[in-house]
Design a protein around this ligand. Structure first.
Ligand code: PEP
Ligand code: MN
Length: 344
């Protein structure tokens, strides 16, 4: 349940919290300059929202039975739009975030950025902190990688996104990036979620391969409850019994999240399949299922990539896919074509 209060007095807020406690529910208070939102979680069976509506200072009570409240469709009926520079997620356009798995050098990022921008990408990606399965694999250029991304972003006008893996690096990363990514392995790193909630940048929250949609939305709830309303979800494949692909991109999750939540949801068919030949067909499936954006790994020379070369598109393949996506987007009546969603 969500209780909205319009400029209430302190004792009015206290009364609401006391009533929540009487029902054995847990309350959480969120304040912004013009209003106070109190969430009540627990067994809501015996609770009649009218009992709260009658209390002084209460503007509106929204009964939300799901454990995620601020992320729910009941809380906000309209889709939330998250803007990152000219790219807008959750609106009529379908922005494409493209770039290499890892930032390897200034030249590699610049060459990729110019090519993906010319093909219509709305944002540039590249990992500076790489969470790798093996401690002996390339771990990323770290701060140097962030600086390269920021420089190429400025040069090309593309907003940049990169993963942050450590709460201690959030401030530094936020100084260089337009959007912070919480990767699949860290989706339930609650210390990190609380830290990015305090950053003044939109967050791209990837789904853990082992998380249910509800757990994923609860992770988003941490960021929203921490005061950051700009969250974009990203389905990137879950672990199933199938070994023919790296993960199984859960297409179901896209329309399901859109039913349950007002947050934009995009898809990453690169990590979802692990095979570049499957990226195009699965990107199209995600777009058709209603994805609000796509993340695609692109490398000027995938066979020489320091990570994820086998799932990276060449520049030529990316260009062709963007053309195909524009045709599909028009056929689906999805607003702007992905190739112009960057607004450039
Ligand atoms: C990535 O996008 O670079 C990445 C590591 O993805 P994921 O967290 O989905 O594995
Ligand atoms: Mn990768």
């Amino acid at each position: 349940m969500i209780i909205m209060m319009n400029a209430p007095a302190a004792d009015q807020v206290r009364r609401v919290q006391e009533k929540i406690a009487q029902f054995g529910l847990e309350s959480h208070l969120l304040s912004s300059p013009d209003r106070i939102i109190i969430t009540a979680a627990g067994d809501l069976e015996a609770v009649n929202p009218e009992q709260f509506e009658r209390l002084p200072g209460v503007e509106r009570v929204i009964p939300v039975a799901t454990p995620f409240k601020l992320a729910s469709r009941q809380f906000r009926g309209d889709a939330t739009e998250v803007a990152v520079g000219a790219a807008r997620f959750g609106g009529p356009a379908v922005p494409v975030i493209a770039g290499p798995c890892a930032v390897e050098s200034y030249d590699q990022v610049r060459e990729t950025a110019l090519a993906v921008k010319a093909a219509g990408a709305a944002m540039l990606r590249g990992g500076a902190y790489k969470p790798r399965t093996s401690p002996y694999s390339f771990q990323g250029l770290e701060e140097e990688g962030l600086k390269i991304l920021a420089a190429v972003g400025r040069e090309t006008g593309l907003p940049v996104v990169s993963e942050v893996t450590d709460p201690r690096a959030v401030e530094l990363a936020a100084a260089h990036l337009d959007m912070l990514q919480v990767g699949a392995r860290n989706m339930q790193n609650y210390v990190l979620l609380k830290e990015v909630a305090r950053a003044n940048k939109p967050i791209l929250l990837k789904r853990s391969p082992a998380a249910t949609v509800e757990e994923w939305l609860m992770a988003a709830e941490y960021i929203l409850a921490g005061g950051n309303p700009n969250v974009v979800l990203c389905e990137r494949g879950i672990r199933t019994f199938e070994t023919g692909t790296r993960y199984t991109l859960d297409i179901n999750a896209i329309p399901l999240v859109k039913l349950l939540s007002h947050l934009p949801v995009m898809a990453d068919p690169s990590h979802g399949t692990g095979k570049w030949k499957l990226v195009g067909p699965v990107a199209k499936a995600a777009l058709a299922a209603g994805a609000d954006g796509l993340m695609l790994e692109v490398h000027p020379c995938p066979e020489e990539a320091m990570s994820d070369g086998s799932q990276s598109l060449t520049v030529n393949n990316f260009r062709q896919l963007m053309k195909d996506l524009a045709v599909l987007s028009a056929a689906l009546g999805r607003g702007e074509s992905p190739a112009t969603a960057g607004g450039k």
